[in-house]
Write a protein that binds this ligand. Structure first.
Ligand SMILES: Cc1cc2nc3c(=O)[nH]c(=O)nc-3n(C[C@H](O)[C@H](O)[C@H](O)COP(=O)(O)O)c2cc1C
Length: 360
């Protein structure tokens, strides 16, 4: 086999390689997106930790550097009402960590934010017309979906179950990301909160392929050519790779995060809600061990993180990862160590090599 036989995503997005660099809020940089695009993959810019001006500035840089298609990614959760009682309970649970760090547990906490997609972000989509717009946690309200579609953008979103994939197709997705349990970062689940029934990539991808007509993108635990080749065999038209790109020099992550993923093994991660209020996969650390990994007391997403900021900053200054979200998938150890442009090409070429060997 000399080239990728499934053209569906390549044609839909207008890209050369079936490799999507995953949007990773806080870690993905403009340089990573541009480098991926240069290799012929799809670079994805996450917006969850940007405001409208930050997004606009990033898109000016990207559009100024490459003519290749780009994916802009948004969270589509609904912001929860302010819940003072839940925040007070959470602060009380964290009080001993504040005291240990020499901080007053009563100091005001910032409201930690992850901004959901809204009309103002949609204005930026209309202005820059990215070729692909991806969502996490379902889709925004239909009026916004229709505005995005009217720009000509292809819409994609993550499904963690077959039911979510069917829902996304019925509500306007042009392709579905089948996000297996191995994946790093926030789970994309939106129809069920039950983490005990989430599905692994190997089982999820072919069942999603069977259930929807739109093309499927496999995500979760794919970090080398073998995983990319396996995704094709399961019926996926492309892959979305996150954790492997965290090792690239273009990734912007705290040193403690880099050290944690460097040392990470197959069983180093767990699903936790203690950093943001929503389940996400990361390398197990002190906070997860002592009050998680899943806590019923974590305030609603995305408000859990504000109270952690002061103790996190103190710990990181002492090179400790105790309170840092160390997002990572289960496949970290597989990741080749190279720049994002090279990695995109390497993931593709090594997949083709694997497929060629197996087909003789
Ligand atoms: C550090 C990190 C941050 C992430 N942030 C986002 C995000 O902002 N938006 C999103 O749709 N997915 C996010 N994800 C999930 C990825 O898009 C992708 O589905 C996942 O990384 C694939 O699994 P893998 O990490 O095993 O490759 C994140 C993942 C990681 C590791």
């Amino acid at each position: 086999m000399t080239s990728w036989p499934d053209q569906r995503i390549l044609d839909l997005f207008g890209i050369d390689l079936p490799i999507i660099q995953a949007p990773m809020a806080g870690a993905t940089t403009v340089d990573m997106v541009i480098a991926t695009n240069r290799a012929g993959g799809l670079g994805s810019l996450p917006s969850a930790q940007l405001n409208v001006d930050g997004l606009r500035q990033a898109l000016v840089e990207i559009r100024g550097s490459t003519k290749a298609p780009v994916n802009v990614n948004f969270f589509s959760h609904r912001s929860p009402p302010i819940d003072a009682a839940s925040q007070a309970r959470w602060r009380a649970m964290l009080a001993s960590y504040y005291l240990e760090a020499g901080l007053d547990p009563a100091i005001p906490a910032a409201i930690a934010g992850r901004a959901p997609f809204d009309a103002a972000f949609c204005d930026v989509v209309e202005e820059f017309r990215p070729e692909v717009v991806s969502f996490h946690f379902g889709l925004p309200e239909q009026a916004l979906v229709q505005r995005v579609k009217a720009t000509g953008a292809k819409i994609i979103s993550s499904a963690t179950t077959v039911a979510e994939a069917i829902w996304l197709e019925a509500n306007g997705a042009d392709a579905v990301i089948a996000m297996g349990f191995e994946a790093g970062g926030h789970r994309g689940n939106f129809l069920s909160d039950d983490m005990t029934t989430q599905v692994g990539t190997m089982a999820l991808v072919p069942q999603v392929v069977d259930a929807v007509r739109v093309p499927v993108i496999a995500a979760g635990g794919i970090a080398d050519g073998r995983g990319v080749a396996a995704a094709l065999m399961l019926g996926a038209s492309a892959v979305q790779v996150g954790t492997a790109y965290l090792f690239c020099p273009e990734a912007r992550i705290p040193d403690v995060h880099r050290s944690a993923i460097e040392a990470s093994r197959d069983n180093s991660t767990a699903i936790t809600n203690v950093f943001t209020g929503r389940p996400a996969r990361g390398v197990v650390n002190r906070l997860m061990r002592e009050i998680g990994p899943l806590s019923v007391d974590a305030p609603a997403f995305p408000t859990a993180g504000g109270a952690l900021a002061p103790i996190r900053a103190k710990a990181e200054a002492a090179s400790r990862d105790d309170f840092t979200s160390l997002w990572s998938g289960q496949g970290a150890r597989l990741a080749p160590r190279m720049g994002a442009e090279e990695l995109t090409r390497e993931l593709y070429q090594s997949a083709i090599n694997v497929l060629s060997q197996k087909s003789v």
